[in-house]
Design a protein around this ligand. Structure first.
Ligand code: UDP
Length: 500
């Protein structure tokens, strides 16, 4: 039932590696997985990326552009079995799978194992390694049937993964009745506190039995993987990379920042989605601003804010006095928000640029006029801020974002928190204004112009960006890890030598 996508050239030779990427369709998982595949392809590997038609639509422009530049990368679509999975037709055509169909979606993905396996058997060259999103535990069976190793892919930092892992393996929440009671993460030198509400663990804490079981399945697959690929770089968090590798007894390949694969406006402008604003227009707008004067505001591809909170944020940005680019998702859904945004746009004309839905984020962040980033702390966004050398205002919404916030604020010391304590999306308990306009204003001011403290924060962010660039250059740690992956998983090399 597989439909082959456009394929590049002849693929790898006998001695080259052939990675099969099985990404998750959520943007924060998909974008870095595709970038990683393209990075491996730049080092001579063949990469086959498999996905549903909806996923393929989103990444095809990026893949085709890579193919035109001579990379051996294939995109192969596999249709969803709607009847067997109960996943309704078209439910993934939007940017997001609705929460009510998430379970059916994971079921649908697991049903792709057999068609993917047949396709891979029928289309040479035979794979040498499966690289799958950690949310696809069924890929254990795929890799086992093919007789090849499997690496788990995480667009997450080692700090967050180690914290989660330690909380779980040392049962840190046991006996803690209050989900908002701070608990010290066991097994770290640094004192880090989390609450169960902030960091329940993946697929944990959802009051539906099937997710608990799925969480266990995911954990088993993670424990049995032959290694881990992470979108981070070793020099940023050496003790956590080593700590996670030791805790899992698994080799970790840090390959980030993977966004640095993109070196030109055209590929950045299509990364992940079609942008709601013309990239050149955006750049022209930024060209007219002073260096480091603009604050960029975006909460990623999933988070949804309460209408009252959107208005409060807008008023805070306005009051800060700084020029801003604000990516507003779901802006058109609520009439009050719509009216507010229209009036705000008129008031801040020339100073504030609103992007409804999708912005060319990395392109914006890398412009010299941008001086700070108000982020929900999705790991890609956090990594992209680091890569651009920007201090951040941290405003986590859900899942790993609270730990990523700690990474930015407490470990890297490049962030100022707005003080959100509980999830705002998915497991949200309250529907009200959580962050007042004066808090937004103050946090933006301290990141953009925080006196000597602010300058030091900015210096630390820039120093990290320098390290990030070194990591991906020849001789750098991420570059070396990519080369190691290609060598290790090339045919004739130690194809099964993944673990340690
Ligand atoms: N992104 C983008 N434009 C947008 C919103 C998001 O390019 O308007 C990209 C962003 O650069 C990042 C990814 O989408 O690479 C979002 O991932 P992240 O982990 O930050 O958050 P998530 O969307 O998973 O919550």
């Amino acid at each position: 039932a597989a439909t082959a996508g456009r394929e590049a050239g002849s693929g790898g030779t006998k001695s080259s590696a052939h990675f099969v990427f099985v990404p998750l369709m959520l943007k924060g998982h998909l974008i870095p997985a595709v970038d990683t595949a393209l990075l491996l392809a730049t080092h001579g590997a063949l990469c086959t990326i498999v996905g549903t038609p909806a996923t393929a639509v989103r990444i095809r422009p990026t893949i085709e552009s890579a193919q035109r530049s001579g990379l051996t990368v294939r995109l192969v679509e596999f249709p969803i079995d709607h009847a067997a999975s109960g996943f309704p037709e078209g439910a993934d055509s939007d940017d997001m799978v609705p929460a009510m169909y998430m379970w059916n979606y994971f079921t649908a993905m697991s049903l792709l194992r057999a068609p993917i396996e047949s396709y891979l058997r029928e289309h040479a060259p035979f794979p040498t390694c499966v690289v799958s999103d950690f949310c696809h535990p069924w890929t254990t069976e795929l890799a086992a049937n093919l007789g090849v190793p499997r690496l788990s892919f995480f667009s997450m930092c080692a700090f967050t993964l180690l914290c989660q892992h330690n909380v779980e393996r040392f049962n840190a929440y046991d006996g803690v009745a209050d989900v908002n009671e701070p608990v010290v993460v066991p097994g770290l030198k640094k004192k880090v506190e989390v609450t169960r509400a902030q960091a329940p663990g993946f697929f944990r804490g959802i009051p539906v039995p099937c997710w608990e079981e799925f969480g266990n399945y995911v954990e088993r697959a993670r424990a049995e993987a032959d290694g881990v690929i992470m979108n981070t770089f070793t020099e940023m968090e050496p003790e956590y990379v080593a700590g996670y590798a030791a805790a899992r007894n698994m080799k970790v390949w840090t390959v980030g920042p993977v966004s640095l694969y993109h070196q030109n406006v055209a590929t950045l402008a299509t990364r992940g989605n079609a942008t709601a604003i013309d990239a050149d227009e955006c750049l022209r707008w930024l060209d007219g601003k002073e260096p480091s004067s603009v604050i960029y505001v975006s909460f990623g591809s999933i988070s949804q804010a309460d209408p009252k909170q959107v208005i409060e944020l807008g008023l805070g940005l306005e009051a800060s006095g700084y020029p801003f680019i604000w990516v507003v998702r779901n802006a058109e859904e609520d009439e009050t928000v719509r009216d507010f945004l229209r009036e705000l746009e008129a008031r801040v004309a020339g100073r504030g640029l609103l992007v409804k839905e999708w912005a060319p984020q990395v392109l914006i962040l890398s412009h010299a006029a941008v001086g700070g980033f108000v982020t929900h702390c999705g790991w890609n966004s956090t990594m992209e801020a680091v890569t651009a050398g920007l201090p951040v205002v941290t405003w986590p919404h859900f899942t790993d974002q609270f730990l990523n916030e700690k990474m930015a604020v407490e470990v890297l010391d490049i962030g100022v928190s707005v003080g959100v304590k509980e999830p705002l999306t998915y497991q949200a308990v309250k529907k009200e204004i959580v962050v007042r306009r004066d808090v937004v204003e103050k946090a933006v001011r301290s990141v953009m112009d925080g006196g000597e403290e602010g300058e030091e924060r900015r210096r630390r962010a820039r120093a990290l960006a320098d390290k990030a660039r070194v990591a991906v250059q020849e001789g750098g740690s991420s570059h070396d890890n990519l080369l190691d992956l290609v060598k290790r998983f090339g045919m004739g090399d130690d194809a099964h030598g993944a673990a340690q």
